[in-house]
Design a protein around this ligand. Structure first.
Ligand code: PEP
Ligand code: MN
Length: 361
């Protein structure tokens, strides 16, 4: 168990059981019956912390915007009846005040709020002097600074129980995900703030229930500290995010199949093998860089030749040919052609930069 997780959630019943830690519950609290039945079934599959939206930020107006404060007594009721902790989203100082009064255990700041420093500041100020666990979702846009800044705003009023939720980033052309995961962003977050637990929200990344398991597994493969997954006792009838919610039963099966990974290699012989392979990787990287330097040297030679003949640096036909052939060569070597194409985009950029430098000398 990652110690930062026990700091975030100082609840013995949540931390005594096996990993992975899963927070689950409906996208929105809808009715007392929906909440009670969902929570009852979630408890049966071992869930001890429930999520549920009370105030819902909707992209377009006129949709269901959450039950609001009326739902807070229903939450108090299921907490008492089923012995669970409860997490809700807050987006204003008023939400915070009402949530605290109702005895909510954990708060989270939604992706649409994290983008707005005024909103985050307002939430921070309303939390002054209250060290309640708060999770901060990544902003909808892939801006690591905004995400980190939200933590700094909450820390500056004295909050210490903070966690991050990776829920993916808005996109235009990603046909697989509702929100592109861009895994490198939470990874970079963790290299900067390794002490902050990172929770993955596969529901909002996928937007569809058949993808939830594979994204959750990927998060565990990357050593995330926990998961937040939407679950509803009748997913298809859910008032919000119907396509991505799972029944508690399906969620229970999914959790049973997830594989948790160790943080480090442990046995000395695996460590030794690891060291050997890493040495070979170092060698391969040196070869890559030497080849890259050699290529750039040749590019400069052509640059000088172009200057002599007063020819433009960018030669469209040549680059079309390069972009065509390299991914194909790569594929024959067992490489992903899209990755090779991306690498050549960077190589092209650098080649053009070097040649224009020569042309402009
Ligand atoms: C939610 O958790 O239901 C939600 C609105 O998520 P997000 O802020 O990630 O869009
Ligand atoms: Mn949702």
């Amino acid at each position: 168990m990652n110690p930062s997780m026990t700091n975030l959630f100082p609840f013995p019943e949540f931390n005594s059981k096996k990993t992975p830690r899963v927070i689950a519950g409906p996208c929105s609290v809808e009715t007392p019956e929906q909440l009670d039945t969902t929570v009852e079934n979630l408890v049966k599959v071992g869930i001890r912390m429930i999520r549920g939206g009370v105030w819902k930020p909707r992209t377009r107006p006129n949709g269901f915007e959450g039950i609001g404060s009326l739902a807070l007594p229903w939450i108090q009721e299921v907490k008492k009846k089923h012995g669970v902790r409860f997490a809700i989203e807050v987006a204003t100082g008023n939400h915070v005040e009402e949530a605290l009064k109702a005895g909510i255990d954990v708060l989270w700041i939604g992706a649409r709020s994290t983008v707005n420093p005024f909103t985050v500041q307002e939430i921070a100020e309303s939390l002054k002097g209250v060290d309640i666990p708060v999770m901060i979702k990544n902003p909808v846009n892939p801006d690591l600074g905004l995400w980190l800044g939200a933590f700094e705003r909450l820390e500056s009023v004295g909050l210490t129980r903070l966690g991050a939720i990776h829920r993916g980033f808005s996109n235009y052309r990603d046909t697989t995900h509702r929100n592109s995961p861009m895994w490198q962003i939470p990874i970079e977050f963790r290299t900067i703030r390794p002490e902050i637990p990172m929770i993955n929200d596969p529901s909002h990344i996928s937007g569809r229930r058949d993808l939830v398991a594979s994204i959750a597994q990927k998060a565990l493969d990357l050593n995330f500290d926990g998961l937040m997954i939407e679950s509803h006792f009748q997913p298809d009838a859910a008032w919000t995010d119907a396509a991505q919610q799972l029944t508690p039963e399906v969620l229970g099966e999914l959790i049973g199949k997830l594989k948790t990974r160790k943080v480090h290699f442990e046995a000395p012989e695996t460590l030794h093998q690891l060291e050997e392979i890493r040495q070979q990787i170092d060698e391969a990287d040196r070869e890559i860089l030497e080849a890259f330097a050699r290529r750039m040297h040749l590019v400069e030679k052509i640059g000088a030749y172009k200057k002599l003949n007063n020819v433009a640096a960018f030669q469209r036909e040549r680059w079309q040919e390069v972009f065509q052939s390299r991914p194909e060569w790569g594929k024959k070597l067992g490489l992903n052609s899209e990755t090779v194409e991306e690498i050549y985009r960077i190589i092209h950029q650098e080649s053009i930069r070097r040649q224009t430098e020569i042309l402009d000398q």
